[in-house]
Write a protein that binds this ligand. Structure first.
Ligand code: PEP
Ligand code: MG
Length: 754
C-alpha cells in the first residue's frame, strides 16, 4: 500500500480548507473531513471521537465503520486504544491493533475486519478534546509522514470542534464546554494566603486557533518576520551576557543562536507553511516533531539540545505578529501565574503590584521559590499536578493558600464561601497584629528572641510591621537574583547601608551569597550538574572564586563602618572552610580600618549549620565563631538524604522525627555549654508545633518569614518552658517515625496555642 505521498498534505489541506469555508453544520463537515482523510490516506476507515463531559470519548463521525455506531460507541478515557491515545496524549501506530493488550472490541462498529490502526489525539490548548483514527484491512505500519499528516489534520479538526459556531451547536456543546466547567484542584500550601484573580500561563503555550492559512504568502511573511525577531533577540541575549562566568553562560545561548539560525529547522517551518498551514500551526507541527524525537532519544546531551529547540519554538510563536509578548514587569491587575515549576529568580521577575498568587504543578515548601514568595507575601499553592492542563489563559481562579486548593472558574456558592474565609483570615491577622508590642516572653517568664528572615527591601518593612526583634537571616542572594547584572561593590554597599539604616540598631545577620543549587543568577550560568544541591554552591563558590566573596565582604564592611556588623557563611561543611572565609573577611576589615570610612565598630562572624558533617566538628567550630544559626531546610535535606525540592518525597520524613530532634538537641547542648549564641532560621522555626519542640530543646532565638511571626508568638506567650523541656527530652529517644501527635497532645493538655 502506497499511503500518503509527499505532495498529498498540501492537497488534503486545500480540500479541508474548502470544507471549512463551505456550508453545512458541524456534523456534516466532520463527516466530510473523515471521508477526505480516508481517501487521501488510502485508508478504509477514518473515525473521529470527541470528548464529552465526564471524560468519555464518543464516536462522532466515521467513514468505513458502521454508521449506527455513531453516537453509540463510547469509551472512557484510558479505555481501549482510542482511550489510550487520549489518556497518553500521543499517537499510536499499530500494524495489528487487535493483538494489542489495550484493544477493546466494540461489535456495533464492525471493526473486526481492520488490522492496522493509526490514531492521534486532537488537542486544544494542550488538552485532549478528541481522537482521530485511520484503519486499514491489511497489516501495515504507517510512515512517519502519515503520522505527521494525521496530526496536522487533527489540528484542523480541533479548530472545527472549538470554533464558536460549533460550540453553539447542540452536538458539540458539552464537548467544548468542558473547558469552562468549574474545577477544584487539591495541592499543598507553599506560601500562605488567599487570592482571587485571572490566570496567566508562565510557560508560553502554542495555541493554534486557525490551522489553515487563508493567504499562504502572508503566512510566509509572518513567519519570516518572527524568525528575524527571534534571531535578533537571541543575538541580544548573547551579547548581554556578563563577562563573568562567560564560558558557562555562553554555551547555552550559543546553542540557542545556532538553532535560531539553523537552516534545517527554518526550512521545516517554511515547508509546513507551504503545505497550507498558518504560521502558528506550522510552528506547532515542527515542535510536535521535535517532541516525538525527544521521546526516542536517551542521550542526555542530545535531549537537552532538543529541549532547547522546543523552547525556541515557543519563543518563535511569541514573536509572531498578533501575539502579545507577556511583559512580566507590567501585569494586568489581579494576575495569578500558573506554571509547572518556577525558579525563585523567575518569580522575582514578575510585577509585584499585580501578582496576586502563584499556582505550581510542582514545588515544595522549602524550595526557594516558596521562600521568596513568602517573603513577598504572595500565596502559592503547589503540587497541583493537573493545573497546567486544566487552566485556560484568563480563567478566573480562587487560590486557597490556607488549605492548599485552587478553584478554577468557580461557581457563585464557592465564591461566597471563599470570601467568608477571606474575612476570617483578616480577623486572624488583626489578632496577630494586636500581639505586636507584647514582649516575647513565655508564660513562665523566659525571654525569647523572635526575628524575621529577609532578603528584599520589602522584608525590611515586614520587620517594622511585625514588631520583630531583628532580622535573623538576610539572604543577600535575593538582591543578586533580581538583577540582570552582577551588582557592583558600591551598589551592594548602598543596599546594605539602607538595611542597616532602616533597622536603626536592631540586630541583622547578613548571610553571604548562597547561590547555586536551585538559586540561579541569570548572569552566573554555571555548568549543569548532576546533583546541584550537592554541587558547586554557596561558600564553595565563594572560596573557589574569592574575588566574588571579597567584593561582597568589602561592601558589607563598608556599609557597617562605625557600626556593628553580623554576618555568617552558608553551607559550611568543615571548620577549615570557615577559617578560610574568615581570613578573607579579616583582610577586608583591616583594609577598611586604614581607609576614610573606617571599619565596623564590632564584627560578629558566624556560620550556618546546614551540613551534618559540621555538627561533628562543633567542638572546634565553636572556638572560632561568635554565633551559629541552624538552617534546618538544608540540614534536613542532607540529614535524611531527601531533596528539599522534590514533592514526591517532601512528606516522607517528618521534621518532628526523633532522630532530627536528637541532632538539633546536640547542636543546642554544645552551643549552650560553650556559651555561643544559637539561633534557628530554617522553615521549622516558623511553625508553631515545631517551634514548641525547639523551645523544649533549648532554642531561644528564632528567625522566620514575617507571616509566621504572629502564630509563633501566640504559641510562645502560652507556653511554659520548664515543663516542656522534660517532655521533649523524652521524645528524642522514642523509636517512632514522628512525635507530632505526642507533642500536639501535650500542647492541648497544657493549653498551648499551636
Ligand atoms: C536553610 O537551609 O534552612 C536556610 C535557612 O537557608 P536557605 O533556605 O536559604 O537555603
Ligand atoms: Mg540553606
Amino acid at each position: 500500500m502506497s499511503g500518503l505521498g509527499v505532495s498529498a498534505p498540501r492537497l488534503l489541506l486545500r480540500k479541508l480548507h474548502q470544507v471549512m469555508a463551505g456550508h453545512g453544520d458541524a456534523e456534516q463537515r466532520l463527516n466530510e473531513i473523515v471521508r477526505l482523510i480516508a481517501g487521501n490516506m488510502i485508508a478504509e476507515v477514518c473515525s473521529c471521537y470527541l470528548m464529552r463531559a465526564g471524560d468519555v470519548l464518543e464516536l462522532f463521525a466515521t467513514h468505513g465503520l458502521k454508521k449506527d455506531a455513531v453516537h453509540q460507541t463510547r469509551l472512557r478515557l484510558g479505555e481501549g486504544l482510542v482511550g489510550d491515545i487520549a489518556a497518553q496524549a500521543r499517537p499510536l501506530n499499530l500494524s495489528d491493533a487487535q493483538s494489542h493488550p489495550q484493544f477493546a472490541y466494540r461489535p456495533e462498529t464492525g471493526e473486526e475486519e481492520y488490522h492496522s490502526l493509526l490514531g492521534t489525539p486532537v488537542l486544544r490548548g494542550g488538552r485532549v478534546i478528541g481522537v482521530l483514527v485511520v484503519q486499514n484491512r491489511t497489516q501495515r505500519s504507517y510512515t512517519e509522514e502519515e503520522v505527521e499528516a494525521l496530526q496536522t489534520v487533527a489540528m484542523v479538526v480541533a479548530e472545527l470542534v472549538s470554533s464558536e459556531q460549533m460550540v453553539a451547536s447542540t452536538e458539540f456543546s458539552d464537548t467544548a464546554g468542558n473547558a469552562t466547567l468549574p474545577h477544584r484542584i487539591a495541592g499543598s500550601v507553599l506560601a500562605e494566603g488567599l487570592a482571587t484573580g485571572y490566570a496567566l500561563l508562565h510557560e508560553p503555550r502554542i495555541e493554534v486557533i486557525r490551522a489553515l492559512a487563508e493567504d499562504r504568502a502572508l503566512e510566509l511573511q509572518r513567519l519570516s518576520k518572527a524568525v528575524e525577531a527571534l534571531q535578533s533577540s537571541v543575538d541580544a541575549l548573547l551579547t548581554a551576557t556578563n563577562t563573568m562566568f562567560q564560558d558557562e553562560s555562553r554555551e547555552i545561548f550559543e546553542a540557542y543562536k545556532m538553532f535560531a539560525h539553523d537552516k534545517g529547522w527554518l526550512k521545516k517551518l517554511e515547508d509546513a507553511v507551504k503545505t497550507g498551514l498558518t504560521a502558528e500551526a506550522a510552528i506547532k507541527r515542527v515542535q510536535d516533531d521535535t517532541r516525538a524525537r525527544m521521546k526516542e532519544i536517551t542521550d542526555p546531551y542530545l535531549r537537552e539540545r532538543l529541549s532547547e529547540l522546543d523552547d525556541l519554538a515557543n519563543r518563535l510563536y511569541l514573536h509572531l505578529d498578533g501575539h502579545e509578548m507577556i511583559d512580566r514587569r507590567n501585569l494586568d491587575e489581579d494576575t495569578i501565574v500558573v506554571a509547572h515549576a518556577m525558579g525563585a529568580a523567575e518569580l522575582l521577575d514578575y510585577d509585584r503590584r499585580h501578582l496576586k498568587a502563584v499556582i505550581l504543578a510542582e514545588g515544595t515548601r522549602s524550595s526557594h521559590v516558596a521562600i521568596v514568595a513568602r517573603a513577598l507575601g504572595v500565596p502559592v499553592v503547589g503540587q497541583c499536578e493537573e493545573i497546567v492542563e486544566a487552566v485556560e489563559q484568563g480563567d478566573f481562579i480562587l487560590v486557597d493558600g490556607e488549605h492548599g486548593q485552587v478553584f478554577l472558574r468557580p461557581g457563585e456558592d464557592v465564591q461566597e464561601a471563599f470570601f467568608q474565609n477571606v474575612g476570617q483570615r483578616a480577623k486572624r491577622q488583626a489578632k496577630f497584629a494586636a500581639l505586636r508590642d507584647i514582649p516575647n516572653v513565655s508564660k513562665d517568664g523566659v525571654k525569647l528572641s523572635l526575628n524575621v528572615n529577609a532578603g528584599l527591601l520589602i522584608d525590611v518593612d515586614h520587620f517594622h510591621t511585625t514588631g520583630a526583634d531583628g532580622i535573623g537571616l538576610f539572604r543577600t542572594e535575593l538582591q543578586f537574583m533580581v538583577r540582570s547584572q552582577m551588582p557592583k561593590v558600591d551598589e551592594q554597599t548602598a543596599l546594605y547601608s539602607k538595611v542597616l539604616d532602616s533597622l536603626d540598631g536592631a540586630p541583622v545577620i547578613f548571610r553571604t551569597l548562597d547561590v547555586g543549587g536551585d538559586k540561579v543568577l541569570p548572569y552566573l550560568k554555571t555548568r549543569a550538574e548532576e546533583n546541584p544541591a550537592l554541587g558547586w554552591r554557596a561558600i564553595r563558590i565563594g572560596l573557589d572564586r574569592p574575588a566574588l566573596l571579597r567584593s561582597q565582604l568589602r561592601a558589607l564592611v563598608q556599609a557597617a563602618a562605625g557600626r556593628q556588623l553580623s554576618l555568617m557563611f552558608p553551607m559550611v561543611a568543615e571548620v577549615s572552610e570557615f577559617i578560610e572565609a574568615k581570613a578573607i573577611l579579616n583582610k577586608e576589615i583591616e583594609r577598611a580600618s586604614q581607609r576614610k570610612g573606617g571599619a565596623p565598630s564590632k564584627v560578629n562572624v558566624g556560620t550556618m549549620i546546614e551540613v551534618p558533617s559540621i555538627v561533628w566538628q562543633l567542638e572546634h567550630l565553636l572556638k572560632e565563631v561568635d554565633f551559629v544559626s541552624v538552617g534546618s531546610n538544608d540540614l534536613m535535606q542532607f540529614f535524611f538524604a531527601v531533596d528539599r525540592g522534590n514533592p514526591k518525597i517532601s512528606d516522607r520524613y517528618d521534621s518532628l522525627s526523633p532522630s532530627l530532634l536528637k541532632l538539633l538537641r546536640k547542636i543546642a547542648d554544645d552551643c549552650n555549654a560553650n556559651g555561643i549564641p544559637l539561633s534557628i532560621c530554617g522553615d521549622i522555626a516558623g511553625r508553631p508545633l515545631e517551634a514548641l519542640a525547639l523551645l523544649g530543646l533549648g532554642y531561644r532565638n528564632f528567625s522566620m518569614s514575617a507571616a509566621s511571626l504572629g502564630p509563633v508568638k501566640e504559641m510562645v506567650l502560652s507556653a511554659e518552658i520548664a515543663k516542656l523541656q522534660k517532655f521533649v527530652q523524652g521524645l528524642c529517644d522514642v523509636r517512632d517515625h514522628s512525635v507530632r501527635d505526642q507533642l500536639r497532645a501535650f500542647a492541648r493538655d497544657h493549653s498551648i496555642v499551636v
